[in-house]
Design a protein around this ligand. Structure first.
Ligand SMILES: O=C1O[C@H](COP(=O)(O)O)[C@@H](O)[C@H](O)[C@H]1O
Length: 240
C-alpha cells in the first residue's frame, strides 16, 4: 500500500522545523500508546539538524519516552566517527544528543575508522537493522537535494536503484563527500510515515518533480511513499 502525497506549507524555515518537531513528537507519542519501542530514520543536510534543534527546544519533547526510541540514518557520509561532516555528528550537535537516548538505540553507520570499506559498512548496517527486526519504519524523515536526491540515492547514479539489499555503498557521489552509505529505495519505502522536509527556493524544482511523480532519473524523492502517510513538509520558498 502507498499513501498519496500531501503537502503542508510553513511560512519559513524555522516555522517548518518547529512544525515538523511538534509533528514528530506527537507521532512518536501516538505510536508509544500502542507499543514502547519506535524506530525512526533521520536525515542529514540542512533540515536534519534544524529538526533536531527544534525537537530539543520543543515544550512537547517530554511527551515521548526517548529511552525507547531508536534512531537510524537514511544515509551517512563515509567518514570517521565524530567527523564534523558526518550526518550523525551534525544531528547530535544540533540537539539529538541532548535527548538522552541510550547509546545502543542510536544506530550509527560505521566509517573508515571501524570498517574495512563502505561495502562492509553497508552490509553491517543492514544486518543491524535486520537484527532489530523493526519491520517498518515508524517515521522516515528525508531531506531532498536540489537534484532530487534523498538519503544518498542520486538520480542517475548506479547506486540509486540498487535492489536486494538494505543498504548500499555509494562511490563518486555528485555531492561531497564522495563516499557514502545509503539505505536502498526498497528499505526507505518500508515506512509507515514518509516525511520530506524541505526548505529554500533552490529546492522548488525538486519539490515539483517529487510531487509530479517524476521518473527515477529526474527524482529519487518521487519514488518513495509511506504506507500510511506521505507528507511534504515545506517552507514557502520550497513550495514555490
Ligand atoms: O548530503 C546530503 O544531502 C541531503 C539533502 O541535504 P540539504 O543540505 O540539501 O538539505 C540529505 O538529506 C542527506 O541526508 C545528506 O547526506
Amino acid at each position: 500500500m502507498s499513501a498519496p502525497a500531501r503537502v503542508v506549507v510553513h511560512p519559513g524555515k524555522q516555522a517548518l522545523a518547529d512544525g515538523a518537531a511538534a509533528r514528530l513528537v506527537l507521532a512518536l507519542q501516538d505510536v508509544q500508546t500502542a507499543r514502547e519501542t519506535v524506530h525512526i530514520s533521520a536525515t542529514g543536510g540542512s533540515m536534519g539538524s534544524a529538526l533536531w534543534a527544534a525537537v530539543a527546544h520543543s515544550p512537547l519533547r517530554d511527551l515521548v519516552d526517548w529511552s525507547h526510541v531508536h534512531v537510524w540514518w537514511g544515509d551517512e557520509r563515509y567518514l570517521p566517527a565524530g567527523d564534523p561532516d558526518r550526518n550523525d555528528t551534525q544531528n547530535d550537535a544540533a540537539g539529538l544528543a541532548a535527548l538522552g537516548l541510550p547509546p545502543q538505540n542510536v544506530h550509527r553507520v560505521a566509517g573508515p575508522d571501524t570498517s574495512a570499506s563502505p561495502e562492509a559498512s553497508a552490509l553491517a548496517y543492514g544486518e543491524e537493522l535486520r537484527a532489530a527486526g523493526s519491520g517498518a519504519w515508524d517515521v522516515m524523515i528525508l531531506g531532498v537535494g536540489p537534484d532530487g536526491h534523498v538519503a544518498s540515492l542520486f538520480p542517475g547514479h548506479p547506486a540509486q536503484l540498487s535492489a536486494e539489499a538494505i543498504a548500499v555503498a555509494v562511490h563518486d557521489s555528485p555531492k561531497p563527500p564522495p563516499t557514502r552509505v545509503s539505505l536502498t529505495l526498497e528499505c526507505l519505502a518500508r515506512s509507515q510515515r514518509v516525511w520530506f522536509i524541505v526548505a529554500g527556493a533552490d529546492k522548488a524544482e525538486a519539490v515539483r518533480n517529487g510531487l509530479a511523480g517524476a521518473a527515477p532519473e529526474i527524482s529519487t524523492a518521487a519514488q518513495v511513499h509511506g504506507d500510511a502517510e506521505t507528507l511534504w513538509l515545506l517552507d514557502a520558498d520550497a513550495a514555490g
